[in-house]
Structure formats: structure tokens, C-alpha cells
Design a protein around this ligand. Structure first.
Ligand code: MET
Ligand SMILES: [Zn+2]
Length: 769
């Protein structure tokens, strides 16, 4: 029989209970025991949901209190010494690596490990950080075994999920000052996997899902060559270990298929057939005579209902070649990237809600597809009919098509993508308007989103306060942050974004063509969740979106005020995009809406405008080639279309919260932004060399401190960072700013950190002028 499986389930809970519990724990409001209890409750709830949906193969160890890669870091003892020397409890050590820990009274002050995007998703994982003489050590009572037993006690036999050894290392890096190539440690790491697999088997696990998502990349030879021997070794454990299901997702693996050939001891291979359905025949061709195909046909990355007809056809193709016993129907990836359940959505438009499916519903879809294949369509006739109707209704809905938007798109010309003059001319003009000192200081936009802000916003949403009252409150907030920034003596101010619930949602709510959920939260990193809006139709801007607040902020200070917008690619990437129209079309619609906004800001007297594009890089197709070139072309075009409507004296900034520009530099340069702010505090300043090598002429503010952590960097630390930066960047080119916005921080640490930052900038200012 075809079996149904899920690769992973969202962790947060129906009402983000995990977020609430971890944050309460961090704030010393609940005990460690309470936190662990809540974790257990959530795991059980999620297993039961999947069981009730009819899923045959339910994952365990997909749950994590912060991040599943961080779980593996601790599991294998890849814990840098700075986190081990304070005798923290295991979970405190874990959180210290995830988010840093500063407890002066206990003499603890450690920054977090680096956190980066998980493939091309908006989930972030903590990077395994290795030492030159890395020693691995399997944790006692390993979490995957604990979780398996926990489920078993509750009567559910799960399939534990592990991140595979090759991916674990390939996704890691050498610690600062170390030179180890992580993959070189594979041989030392493998025995721990062997040990772990044996323990899982002893606990009763029959199969294990080993994720090797790096197989979708173009791999370095060293990594690629490491695969076969590693899995020959793990596969050779025979009955001493569970059967291995090697899972890949977010791309095709055809270019790496040779490493999986003739590994007869692998029980199954999982592939993402939503992204790359065409890989099915080659993957089937590479399977050995007993091996099983796990067919990922229900999208783990979006919220659209699965087209049953197509999915069933795909599974049938596999069944015809392999037989029912050698096919598993599955989610394409973990469902981590999709919200928990549609059940709590009471306010969605009735027409639109019928097009959606969240994690709980997707689990049911998987079970239905398996049933249709096993028992024939008649067994699920009603569901199939309802599904076909929904597909039909969406395709022909008025909500998806807007003629005026389409016409405007036809009128876009190539000149609309260019600023009036080249950068040197613009710089001179901007110098006259803005009169900035050397090493200008600024922040990235948001200031702490205090409890009070959230309370007032909630009251406003619920209609408990009037629009005027809310507006007054926002104005007061803006006054406060402007005053604080003036006191801190920052050079380019921001209004602090108090009116924004989220940098994408806020814009989505003001654009036509979008739909919103009440509770569609998706984990972004740690306890942080986002609620991506959903693009359902053609996009346009009925009215100005940010002008009121920015104009007000500019009116109450003599210093330059920076207007703050989210760029077209980020709006698109951090929404759930349509799957019925190419993303380049959606990006251009967003760009046109933002272009109007940029021009309106300028007309309102805002002469510095930052258009954030933190998602630009994550949208980069995972492999080089035509797909990537095409993406870069339309992504860069959409940014330029959005920002090129202004005069030379208006300064366009852009912001990216990552520093890996190596494969990407030309796109960043092609944006033609006057100033870039980038994340840099946790990476080697050497990465900035690319700007020097390429003689990048425009201005750059590499972040001087980490904003994910409450830790306050000292003035000296910031000076040291600036000094490193000056090895690669010219003084007249350098801006001083934090890595990213400060909305997740508290005021106390924010003021302290910015004071140190401004002092460090002033120090260099006096040195160089
Ligand atoms: C993830 S990038 C965030 C940029 C935004 N302007 C902020 O400061 O929050
Ligand atoms: Zn950022």
C-alpha cells in the first residue's frame, strides 16, 4: 500500500504557544519545568493532529525549542567553549547559542552563534560553528531518542527526523579565527550518527528520516564525494539501525543523483515534486530494485490547496513503475513553513478561504491522496469533487484579475528603471541637501516595539480606540523616538516604524490584491514568527501608505529623516505569492505601487528613502544557471523601477540583513542604491573585500553590532569592527549602523548600544577629519 507521510510539522502551536512559553521563560516568568512541559504538550498535540488526519508516517524530533539545526549542534557537542564554561543548564546553553546571553551578575557575556537563512526560505537556522580540532560528543539521552520514546508512550510510533551528517557539516562554518573546512570532519562525526541510529533502533524506531537538503545545491566536489562513503557506512549497520529515508527538498537532485545510486541500503529517497515534478522519472530510474520513492506532492512552502488531480497523477506515475508498496505520498518539505491551521480563520473572505490549505489541512490532503491511489477515486469522490470545484473557482474569480494593473504594466519603459544621473552627480546633490558628517550614523528603521505599542495596536484593531486616538498615540511614539535619536546624536533619523505590525504585512494591508489571515503565523527564527500576507490577485496601491508618519516625523526635527519602505522582492518573498502568475509579474506590480510611494515621500519633504530588500538574496535560485540569471534580472529591475522616480538630491538607501555577497555582488551593485546597509557584525570583515576588489563606488554601512541579541556591545568592540571595515572600505564611503532594525529589542539595551555606536563613530570622525 502507498503510505502517507509528513516531513515535519510547525512547532509553534495553534496560538503560538511555544513562542509565548519560551519568551516567558527568557523573561524569568515561568520555570524551566513549565517550559519543558509546554513543549511536551505541543509535541503530543501535533502528533495527534497528524494521526487523526490519517497520516501513516508521523515525524518526531522535528520539534525544536529554537531551531532544529541548533538541536543538532548540541546533540553532537559542537558547542564552542565560550558556551560551556559557565555551567549553564543544557537548555540555557542552547538558548545562549541561539540568542546570546548577558548576565553580568553571573559573569556571563556571550554573543549568539551566526544565524542564516534556511535555503531559499524565510526560516533561519543557527550555523554549526566548528573548531580546528573539533571533538564531537553525542549528548547523553539524545533528544531524538527521548522524543521518539515520548511519542511511543502516547501510542504513536514516529519516524524520527535527523539532519544528515553531510548537510549538517556543509551548512556549517569554521569559528572565527579557525580554518577548518567543516566537511573534513565527516569521518569523526559519522560514528555519532551510527551510535544514535542504534539507540533509535533499540528504542523501537523502524525508519528514520535523514534530511540531506544540500543535495539540491551545486556541490563542491569535496562535499559531493563525501556522500557515498558516508551513506555506505550508515547503511551498513543493517538491522542494528532503522531503515534510512534520505530526504531532499526545495529543488531537484538530478545533478547529484549519481551519489545516491547503488546505495542499496537506503530504504527510500524523498524528493520535492512540487518544485521539480520533472525529476520524477530520473529519480525513479536511479532507484535500486527494492528502494522506495517518497513523493513530495503537497507543498510545504505555501498556503494554496493542493490540486488533487495533478498530485494523484504524479503519484500514479510512480506507482505504475514501482508498485504501491514502493511509494510514499508526502509533503514536499517540512510543513514548518506553512501556518498551523485554517480553522481559526474566521474573517477570511468566504470565496478566498476556499482556496487555502494550512498545515493541518495539508496533512489531511496527503492522507486523501494516498487513499485515492490505494482505493481508487471513488473512495474519496466527495473530496475530489470539492477540490476540483475550488481549483475552478479560483481560476475564474474576479478577485484575481485587474485590467487597470495589467495596462499600467504594459506601459513600463526601460527609462523608468534609471535614476536621472549617475552616482557622482547624485552624491554631490545629496551633499548639498543633507550635509552629513564623515561616518554618518543611522539605524535601520524600527525601534523597540514595546508592549504599549502592541496593546494600543490591538485596541485599535478591535475598535476599542478610535483612529484619532491611535494616530495620536503613534505621533507621540514618533516624537519620543525622534527625541531619543537627537539625544543620542544620530545623524540620519528614522520614525521608528511604531505603526507597523510587520514590514511586509503593513504594506500588504494597504495594497489591493492581498488577503490576510488572523492567525497564519510562520516561524522565522527562534520565537519570532511572521504572518505573511497572501497575494491573491493583481496588486495596486489605492492610496499613500507611509507618507503621513514620515512627513510628520520629518516635520519635528532639523536632522534628515529617512522614509522607510519594504522593497518589491521582499514584499513578494515574505508574502505567500500567487502560484498562478509568474513571480516577476507580481514583483513588477509591487514595484509600480512602491514607485508611487517613493515619489510621494519625496514630495512630502522626505529626502532620504530606504527601500529594504532583505529577501533579495533568499529568492536567488539555489543553483547557478539560467534560472538564477533570469531571477536577478527581474528582481533588480523591480527595485530600480520602484526607486528611480526621484530627483538626484534624494538619497536612496537599501538594506540587506546578510553579508554573503560573493555570488551576488553584481546584483547588489546593479541596484544603484546610493547607500547600502548590510548585516556584518557576525561575519568576518574580510567579506567586505568584494566591495574593495570591485571598486564599489557607492556608500555602505556594514552593521557594527548584532541586533538579534539583547547583549550590549562595548564602544571598544564597535571601534574594533570599524577598524576592520576600514581595511576594505574608504572612510568617505562608510556609514555606521547596526545590523538590522531594533524592533525586537528593549529600550534599555538599545540606548546603551547606540550610545556606544555613536561614540565609536565620533572617535573615527575626529581621527579622519
Ligand atoms: C529584516 S530587515 C528590517 C528592516 C526594517 N526597516 C526594520 O528596521 O525593522
Ligand atoms: Zn534587516
Amino acid at each position: 500500500m502507498v503510505q502517507s507521510s509528513v516531513l515535519g510539522f510547525p512547532r509553534m502551536g495553534a496560538n503560538r504557544e511555544l513562542k509565548k512559553a519560551t519568551e516567558a521563560y527568557w523573561a524569568d516568568k515561568i520555570s524551566q519545568e513549565d517550559l519543558l512541559k509546554e513543549g511536551k504538550r505541543l509535541r503530543l498535540e501535533h502528533w495527534n493532529i497528524q494521526k487523526d488526519a490519517g497520516i501513516d508516517i508521523i515525524p518526531s524530533n522535528d520539534f525544536a525549542y529554537y531551531d532544529h539545526v541548533l538541536d543538532h549542534i548540541q546533540l553532537f557537542g559542537v558547542v564552542p567553549e565560550r558556551y560551556t564554561k559557565n555551567n549553564l543548564s543544557p537548555i540555557d546553553q542552547y538558548f545562549a547559542m541561539g540568542r546570546g546571553l548577558q548576565k553580568p551578575e553571573q559573569g556571563v557575556d556571550v554573543p549568539s552563534l551566526e544565524m542564516v537563512k534556511w535555503f531559499d526560505s524565510n526560516y533561519h537556522y543557527v550555523k554549526p560553528t566548528l573548531q580546528d580540532n573539533q571533538v564531537f560528543k553525542l549528548a547523553e539521552n539524545p533528544k531524538p531518542v527521548q522524543d521518539f520514546k515520548e511519542a511511543k508512550e502516547a501510542g504513536i510510533t514516529t519516524r524520527p527526523v535527523l539532519l544528515g551528517p553531510v548537510s549538517f557539516l556543509a551548512l556549517g562554518k569554521a569559528d572565527r579565527g579557525q580554518t577548518i573546512e567543516p566537511i573534513s570532519a565527516l569521518e569523526k562525526l559519522l560514528p555519532l550518527y551510527e551510535d544514535l541510529l542504534k539507540q533509535l533502533k533499540a528504542a523501537g524506531a523502524e525508519t528514520v528520516q535523514i534530511d540531506e537538503p544540500v543535495l539540491v545545491f551545486d556541490l563542491q566536489d569535496k562535499v559531493k564525494n563525501a556522500f557515498k562513503p558516508a551513506y555506505e557506512k550508515l547503511g551498513s549497520l543493517g538491522d542494528a539501525a532503522p531503515k534510512l529515508v534520505v530526504a531532499t527538498y526545495f529543488g531537484d537532485i538530478v545533478h547529484n543523483i549519481d551519489v545516491l545510486k547503488n546505495l542499496e541500503n537506503l530504504y527510500a529517497i524523498h524528493v520535492d515534486l512540487v518544485r521539480n515534478p520533472e525529476q520524477i522519472s530520473e529519480v525513479i530510474g536511479a532507484l535500486g530494485p527494492q528502494q522506495v520513492l517518497s513523493a513530495g506532492v503537497v507543498d510545504g512552502r505555501n498556503i494554496w490547496k493542493t490540486n488533487f488531480k495533478k498530485a494523484i497523477e504524479l503519484v500514479e506515475t510512480a506507482v505504475q513503475k514501482l508498485g504501491k508498496d514502493r511509494v510514499i505520498v508526502s509533503s514536499s518539505s517540512s510543513l514548518l513553513h506553512t501556518p498551523h491551521s485554517l480553522d481559526s480563520e474566521k474573517k477570511l473572505d468566504a470565496e478566498v478561504v476556499n482556496w487555502f490549505s494550512f498545515a493541518v489541512q495539508k496533512a489531511t490532503e496527503i492522507a486523501i491522496i494516498a487513499k485515492a491511489v490505494n482505493e481508487g477515486p471513488a473512495a474519496v469522490r466527495e473530496q475530489l469533487e470539492a477540490n476540483a470545484q475550488s481549483m475552478q473557482a479560483r481560476a475564474s474569480s474576479k478577485q484575481t484579475n485587474d485590467q487597470a494593473v495589467k495596462e499600467r504594466q504594459q506601459q513600463v519603459t526601460s527609462e523608468m528603471h534609471n535614476r536621472k544621473s549617475p552616482f557622482p552627480t547624485r552624491l554631490a546633490e545629496q551633499g548639498k541637501t543633507l550635509k552629513l558628517p564623515l561616518f554618518p550614523t543611522t539605524t535601520i528603521g524600527s525601534f523597540p516595539q514595546t508592549k504599549d505599542i502592541r496593546i494600543q495596536r490591538n485596541k485599535f484593531t478591535k475598535g476599542e480606540i478610535t483612529a484619532e486616538e491611535y494616530e495620536k498615540f503613534i505621533e507621540k511614539e514618533i516624537q519620543d523616538v525622534v527625541k531619543i535619536q537627537e539625544e543620542l546624536d544620530l545623524d540620519v533619523l528614522v520614525h521608528g516604524e511604531p505603526e507597523r505590525n510587520d514590514m511586509v504585512q503593513y504594506f500588504g494591508e494597504r495594497l489591493k490584491g492581498y488577503s490576510f489571515t488572523q492567525n497564519g503565523w510562520v516561524q522565522s527564527y527562534g520565537s519570532r514568527c511572521v504572518r505573511p500576507p497572501i497575494v491573491v490577485g493583481d496588486i495596486s496601491r489605492p492610496a499613500a501608505m507611509t507618507v503621513k508618519e514620515s512627513k510628520y516625523a520629518a516635520s519635528i526635527t532639523k536632522k534628515p529623516m529617512k522614509g522607510m519602505l519594504t522593497g518589491p522582492i521582499t514584499c513578494l518573498r515574505w508574502s505567500f505569492p500567487r502560484d498562478d502568475v509568474h513571480q516577476s509579474v507580481q514583483a513588477q506590480q509591487l514595484a509600480l505601487a512602491l514607485r508611487d510611494e517613493v515619489v510621494d515621500l519625496e514630495s512630502a519633504g522626505v529626502y532620504v528613502i530606504q527601500v529594504d530588500e532583505p529577501a533579495l538574496r533568499e529568492g536567488l535560485p539555489l543553483r547557478s544557471g539560467k534560472e538564477r540569471t533570469d531571477y536577478l534580472k527581474w528582481a533588480v529591475d523591480s527595485f530600480r523601477l520602484a526607486t528611480s522616480g526621484v530627483q538626484d538630491g534624494t538619497q536612496i538607501h537599501s538594506h540587506f540583513c546578510y553579508s554573503e555577497f560573493q555570488d551576488f555582488f553584481y546584483a547588489i551593485a546593479a541596484l544603484d542604491a546610493d547607500v547600502l546597509s548590510i548585516e556584518n557584525s557576525k561575519s568576518d570583515a574580510k567579506l567586505l573585500k568584494v566591495f574593495e576588489d570591485e571598486a564599489y563606488p557607492r556608500h555602505i554601512g556594514p552593521g557594527v553590532y548584532d541586533i538579534h541579541s539583547p547583549r550590549v556591545p562595548s564602544e571598544q568592540e564597535i571601534k574594533d569592527r570599524i577598524k576592520e571595515m576600514l581595511q576594505y572600505l574608504k572612510p568617505e564611503q562608510l556609514w555606521i549602523d547596526p545590523d538590522c532594525g531594533l524592533k525586537t529589542r528593549q529600550w534599555k539595551e538599545t540606548k546603551a548600544a547606540l550610545t556606544n555606536m555613536v561614540n565609536a563613530a565620533k572617535f573615527y570622525r575626529s581621527q579622519y577629519s
